[in-house]
Design a protein around this ligand. Structure first.
Ligand code: ACO
Ligand code: OAA
Length: 378
């Protein structure tokens, strides 16, 4: 038995090599394939960023056009999967439904049971388009609204908003949403991506890995923190409380404040910089900066009191709310973006695989413990 004990939560442990995402948590740097997130947020699109993550370089104009066309052509949901969306209880959470529907998708995937590199890439196109469709379509169904057919002429971001709302989105909303998708697309070995890689490393198929990743993303310490942040803002408003006093009481009660802190960043999360600006700009454009103002007050207090920075989830809450998106769609929307990174990591794992199987430091009863016959037990 090894005597080396890994730090709790594997903090700081380097568990694999990867060429996809580079983070410097001290300097607040995030890059996809070496390209700074600020450049991508300023100039790229979700399609271009996804190409970069999957193929390791920025596409030429022709490559981007055919990639976008192929992604749009994959906007098809099997009939049986749409049936599932009709049969689950309307109060099922969109995250539960997404996890279950992605699992079901594997049964109907044209490339099953192949997990070659090319089959994985084809499945990644389909999963990326289908996850966005599942989130929008289930939301329509649970609200008793008619399903909106995909519009293959629209970008990934615009088509999602179209299928969700049944109205062509404004350029401002589309660009804001597109930037949010770029910002959430990948983040090295975060919990859901690590989960996906562990599953993929057994040589299980990409749908199994993504189903597991969705489950991991749903927790409030990870992607679920965007919903928890908005629930906090609503609770403060409902109580008519001062935001700073409210979170001060939470800290005094040893509660964590969702949307703050990060395992890797010890400075500003570079994605929060964009989401803070978007939250403010969208609020101003909508003539309602209530959520932004409340968020700013909380951020100032938590920073000065706990030296904790806002993470990606904090300002995405007020940004999505200002875009008119329901709270329980926030984490599914994280998945709408993160599928691009998950797929890149599963493909990278399958391309150069070894089973991931660490050890545990055993703390149980000493070996050999006696087996006491049933009749003799107290
Ligand atoms: C997309 C993403 O996944 S981004 C992260 C989303 N998650 C959240 O926003 C949930 C709130 N944040 C947290 O729980 C944490 O900051 C995590 C899980 C993100 C990372 O934390 P870790 O590196 O594991 O730190 P850990 O949870 O051990 O906390 C270390 C200390 O900081 C405190 N702390 C960390 N985050 C917070 C917070 N949001 N509010 C209050 N205190 C906090 C802890 O209470 C702990 O204090 P202690 O040493 O006095 O016990
Ligand atoms: O990297 C992490 O631990 C969590 C995170 O910010 C992400 O997944 O985007």
């Amino acid at each position: 038995m090894s005597t080396t004990v890994a730090p709790k939560g594997l903090e700081g442990i380097v568990a694999t090599t990867s060429s996809i995402c580079y983070i410097d948590g001290e300097a607040g740097v995030l890059s996809y394939r070496g390209i700074d997130i600020h450049e991508l947020a300023g100039h790229s699109t979700f399609e271009e960023t996804t190409y970069l993550l999957w193929f390791g370089k920025l596409p030429t104009a022709d490559e981007l056009a055919s990639f976008s066309a192929e992604l749009a052509a994959a906007r098809v949901l099997p009939e049986k999967v749409v049936e599932l969306l009709h049969t689950v209880p309307a109060d099922a959470t969109p995250m539960q439904v997404l996890r279950t529907a992605v699992s079901l998708l594997s049964i109907y995937d044209a490339d099953e049971p192949s997990s070659t590199h090319d089959a994985n890439v084809r499945k990644a196109y389909r999963l990326t388009s289908q996850i966005a469709m599942l989130v929008a379509t289930f939301d329509r169904i649970r609200k008793g609204k008619s399903i909106v057919e995909a519009d293959l002429t629209l970008s990934h971001a615009a088509n999602f908003l179209w299928m969700l709302n049944g109205e062509k989105p404004s350029e401002t909303a589309t660009r804001a949403f597109d930037i949010a998708l770029i910002l959430h697309a990948d983040h090295e070995l975060n919990a859901s991506t690590f989960a996906a890689r562990v599953i993929a490393a057994t040589l299980a198929d990409i749908h199994s890995a993504i189903t597991g990743a969705i489950g991991a993303l749903s927790g409030p310490l990870h992607g679920g923190a965007n919903e928890a942040t908005m629930r906090l803002l609503y609770a403060i408003e409902k109580a008519g409380a001062d935001p700073v006093e409210y979170v001060r009481d939470m800290l005094a009660a040893k509660k964590k404040i969702s949307g703050f802190g990060h395992r890797v960043y010890h400075t500003e999360d570079p994605r929060a910089t964009h989401l803070r600006r978007m939250s403010e700009e969208l609020g101003k454009a909508a003539g309602n900066t209530k959520w932004f103002d409340m968020s700013k007050k909380i951020e100032g207090y938590i920073k000065s009191e706990k030296k904790l920075n806002a993470n990606v989830d904090f300002y995405s809450a007020s940004t999505y709310t200002t875009l008119g998106i329901d709270i329980d769609l926030f984490t599914p929307i994280f998945a709408v973006s993160r599928i691009s990174g998950w797929a890149a990591h599963v493909i990278e794992q399958h391309d150069d695989n070894r089973l991931i199987r660490p050890r545990a430091d055993y703390l149980g009863p000493a070996y050999p413990a006696p087996y006491i016959p049933l009749a003799d037990r107290a």
